[in-house]
Ligand binder design. Sequence first.
Ligand code: 1VU
Ligand SMILES: O=CC(=O)O
Ligand code: MG
Length: 349
Amino acid sequence: MKLPRRFFQPLATGAPAPFRELPVRLERMIHFVPPHNDKVRARVPELAGTVDVVLGNLEDAVPADQKEAARKGFVAMAQATDFAATGTGLWTRINALNSPWILDDLFTIVAEVGDKLDVVMVPKVEGPWDIHYIDQLLAQLEARHGVTKPILVHAILETAEGVANVDAIASASPRMHGMSLGPADLAASRGMKTTRVGGGHPDYRVIADPAGDAPRASAQQDLWHYTIAKMVDACMANGIKAFYGPFGDFSDGAACEAQFRNAFLMGCAGAWTLHPSQVAIAKRVFAPDPAEVAFAARIVEAMPDGTGAVMLDGKMQDDATWKQAKVIVDLAKLVAAKDPELAAVYKLG
Ligand SMILES: CCC(=O)SCCNC(=O)CCNC(=O)[C@H](O)C(C)(C)COP(=O)(O)OP(=O)(O)OC[C@H]1O[C@@H](n2cnc3c(N)ncnc32)[C@H](O)[C@@H]1OP(=O)(O)O
Ligand SMILES: O=CC(=O)O
Ligand SMILES: [Mg+2]
């Protein structure tokens, strides 16, 4: 374990000091772009103003013979657009630590566009040792290339070992931005019997006790509840953010919305969008419900210093519900600052 006083020291001479607090940013969706696909890449300047984060994906879904093209495409798209002008985050997902591509990914990207990059998403993180490696390497590259803003690290939780080590991953470095659930790789790693990317499974259900000859009610359960809860606790305990990852069935918007909403209600800040059709879903889900915002605002107003007990519409409010209300009001303010339509609906001062 590193000494507490050394936790925030830069890991290389000349590297920027790590953030003490995460920058406050609205990240309802992390929109995946395949940078080797010229047609999709050409849409990025227009797309950038409509999503909270644009991520250039270099890992899975990029064929092995296109890895170099994806890396070059990412550099080109990072150079072509001023993401900061619209408050849009610029992220990349690098290849896994055991792949032949990761060094070229980081060496090229930090050298070429390190000053524009907000977050590096690291796949298949197994334990804190993976984060320590990336942390050190990024510090060396930041120092070499004069990058002045620290590049953050986002881990994908997608192996059984990673889930077992989730707390240690979340607290591994001040560079940690957050974590995303990777249901496809995690399902494979755990030996789960599904070919779906996220969402439920019709055979994962509970069944009511028999009652004579009546048909027995049964209901589908959430395969991801346990892991999302574990991830949210690990992240929030360490002051970083939790995200739901991909939902693979683009034809089932309702199921995507239900999966995203469960994650939102459980504490996640956002989810991945892999297709333009999922962006509107994420915008709808990861902004608080206007009626909840109005009620939360009444709680905050009724308890100006956040202490005591009051009744609102027959419901008891106290210091704890004031904190719940603050979560909703603070998020609504963040959304309103970016979305004039919701700002008009929320009517927050
Ligand atoms: C499962 C574990 C993981 O690792 S998930 C993360 C890895 N996967 C990805 O990053 C996939 C990202 N998405 C994609 O590459 C594409 O959406 C794929 C899956 C290839 C489907 O594309 P396509 O067959 O063109 O779909 P489509 O005809 O319905 O597209 C309609 C128009 O939208 C465009 N589009 C598609 N995807 C994106 C995207 N991610 N960002 C921006 N634009 C996108 C298409 O080019 C198409 O455009 P147009 O209407 O023809 O001009
Ligand atoms: O990378 C994401 C996953 O689900 O696997
Ligand atoms: Mg994966």
